[in-house]
Design a protein around this ligand. Structure first.
Ligand SMILES: Nc1ncnc2c1ncn2[C@@H]1O[C@H](COP(=O)(O)OP(=O)(O)OP(=O)(O)O)[C@@H](O)[C@H]1O
Length: 236
């Protein structure tokens, strides 16, 4: 079987020291496979953000194993982790995080410009990414002129512009109405299927559960259940 994009075994993390110590992850086992859309669900405080922060190389683990795209986090230095994060992991946030003074096209081009891709090439690739999320005609619009759904699609194009092998989305639909959320999830699902890209979506939004290939449910710092959706996207 193909190597998982993300492989966690017995992963642990606590915050604070001594009596003030809070156990956030208490032995997480989880695989995210290439080409699948895996949703991570669970009550507030169960450890979803902590887990995703370790997987996206933002936070250090305490113990256990976390392998991302074949890289063992325990043996990577800060510089290597930053490179992995920038080159191979795309991140989409609930609140879009677009730069208000830049057009949709320039927002999408930013990760390439930061990576010293020449401007002409960056614009060509940004245009292609915007086209792929159906926003080719909105490329000159400033974020203030975009709807919530359009803003999230720009944010997704920005996360995809470097063609990451792993895309992590934190509550991507919770600021969107049901039908816009559906459009965004359809797009995300297509993105996973069209490549061997792995998608990890953290969500509380039960309206979108049908888009998952598998759903991992966390409780008290552990993944307690993983369900296979027999008919992914059946509600689409
Ligand atoms: N910086 C921090 N310092 C101390 N405790 C923290 C910190 N961040 C998270 N925690 C605690 O760690 C546990 C897991 O939190 P985490 O944010 O990972 O959960 P979550 O499932 O993402 O919650 P939510 O759905 O509300 O975002 C909680 O008990 C939380 O209070």
């Amino acid at each position: 079987m193909e190597r998982p994009a993300v492989r966690c075994r017995g992963l642990t993390k606590h915050y604070g020291e001594g009596e003030a110590s809070v156990p956030a992850l208490q032995g997480v086992d989880l695989d995210v496979r290439p080409g699948e859309l895996l949703m991570l669900v669970g009550p507030s405080g169960c450890g979803k953000t902590t887990l995703v922060s370790i997987i996206t190389t933002v936070l250090d683990q305490d113990g256990g194993e976390c392998e991302v795209l074949g890289h063992d986090m325990r043996v990577m230095g800060e510089r290597e982790r930053a490179r992995l994060r920038n080159e191979a992991i795309g991140i989409v946030f609930q609140s879009f995080h677009l730069l208000p003074a830049l057009s949709a096209l320039d927002n999408v081009a930013v990760p390439l410009l930061l990576a010293h891709v020449p401007r002409a090439e960056a614009e060509t690739r940004a245009r292609r990414a915007l086209d792929s999320v159906g926003l080719g005609t909105r490329r000159d619009a400033l974020p203030a002129r975009l709807s919530g759904g359009e803003s999230q699609r720009v944010a997704i194009a920005r996360a995809l512009v470097r063609e990451p092998k792993l895309l992590v989305c934190d509550e991507p639909t919770s600021n969107l109405d049901a039908s816009t959320g559906h459009t965004v999830m359809e797009m995300l699902r297509d993105v996973a299927k069209a490549s061997d890209r792995a998608l990890l979506v953290v969500t509380h939004d039960s309206r979108i559960f049908d888009f998952a290939d598998r759903i991992a449910r966390m409780e008290d710092g552990r993944v307690v259940e993983v369900t296979d959706n027999m008919q992914p996207g059946a509600a689409a």
